[in-house]
Design a protein. Structure first.
Length: 263
């Protein structure tokens, strides 16, 4: 059998003053990586946007309190990831919901750990969102021009609480069942929309299969989708307006006053 010719090593044209021009593996990998980034950027033109989002100037004197928004964001992402794994095993029907949670805890690999992260993560996220809101409030960061950032934050707070409420029913044990009945009945006493909201959540006049599947779909599709969109808008505003300076930094006089002359 004739011998096949050896394929030549990957080469690039030698630069002036260089030897053979053959790439060593590290160099080749680095260059390949850059090529992938360049390839993507040429087609999407995303890099200026990413640079705009990530490389920003922040005011002098910022401290750990300014990380609470990012911590809340991390808690949200952690809830999303652990929730996806739980959804692989959870069955939203009144006859099997409770059993499916027991199965996750007892039989699924790392099931109890992931379930625990999701359950405790919910409380952690609520604590973090309140701390973040308190930082924004006490630093006066809600004032002009950040009012809309604050209003979207309030909607995010309500949605986070609604996540906690709808998630509470899902294990479908005695505690979650009765707590949800109490919660929905309290909703029903609200003015104007209260009774309609209760009917909507219950999924009809009686408690049952529709209630559970409705809570499940609100918990894992409707609210997270809304939250992801609103967090995106919240972060867009944070980036566009910049982070507010700490209130104890004295405002300095402008060095030079430029007179505007109308022509
Ligand atoms: C899922 C919930 C939330 C996420 C993921 C989130 C995320 C963030 C992040 C990452 C920042 C920039 C860093 C920082 O200042 O900590 C920020 C800033 C801000 N957030 Fe939130 N936030 C959430 C909820 C809220 C809530 C409940 C409010 C108020 C009601 C709020 C109001 C604001 C305001 C006004 C700013 C601008 C602060 C400044 O410029 O100094 N956010 N948020």
């Amino acid at each position: 059998m004739p011998k096949l010719p050896l394929l030549p090593a990957r080469t690039r044209p030698a630069r002036p003053g260089e030897g053979s021009g053959a790439l060593d593996p590290i160099e080749a990998a680095t260059e390949a990586g850059l090529t992938v980034v360049d390839w993507l950027d040429e087609r999407t033109a995303l890099s200026p946007g990413i640079r705009w989002l990530l490389f920003r100037k922040v005011p002098r004197g910022i401290n750990w309190a300014y990380t609470l928004g990012s911590a809340t964001l991390f808690a949200f992402l952690s809830q999303a990831v652990t929730g996806v794994f739980l959804a692989m095993y959870y069955r939203p029907s009144i006859n099997s919901a409770y059993e499916s949670i027991r199965n996750i805890n007892d039989n699924v690999f790392l099931g109890q750990f992931v379930h625990g992260m999701h359950k405790w993560g919910a409380s952690v996220m609520i604590a973090l969102i309140f701390l973040h809101m308190a930082r924004v409030f006490f630093f006066g960061a809600y004032k002009y021009p950040r009012e809309l950032t604050w209003v979207i934050g309030v909607v995010l707070l309500i949605l986070t609480l609604a996540m906690g409420f709808t998630g509470y029913l899902l294990p479908f044990d005695q505690r979650s069942y009765w707590a949800t009945i109490v919660g929905v009945n309290i909703n029903g006493t609200g003015p104007f929309i209260g009774p309609y909201l209760s009917d909507f959540l219950r999924g009809g006049p009686d408690w049952g299969a529709t209630t559970l599947s409705r809570f499940y779909s609100i918990h894992m599709l409707l609210i997270p989708g809304l939250m992801a969109a609103l967090i995106g808008f919240h972060l867009y505003l944070v980036t566009k307006l910049g982070i507010s300076a700490a209130p104890w930094l004295n405002a300095t006089e402008p060095e030079e006053v430029v007179e505007v002359v109308e022509v």
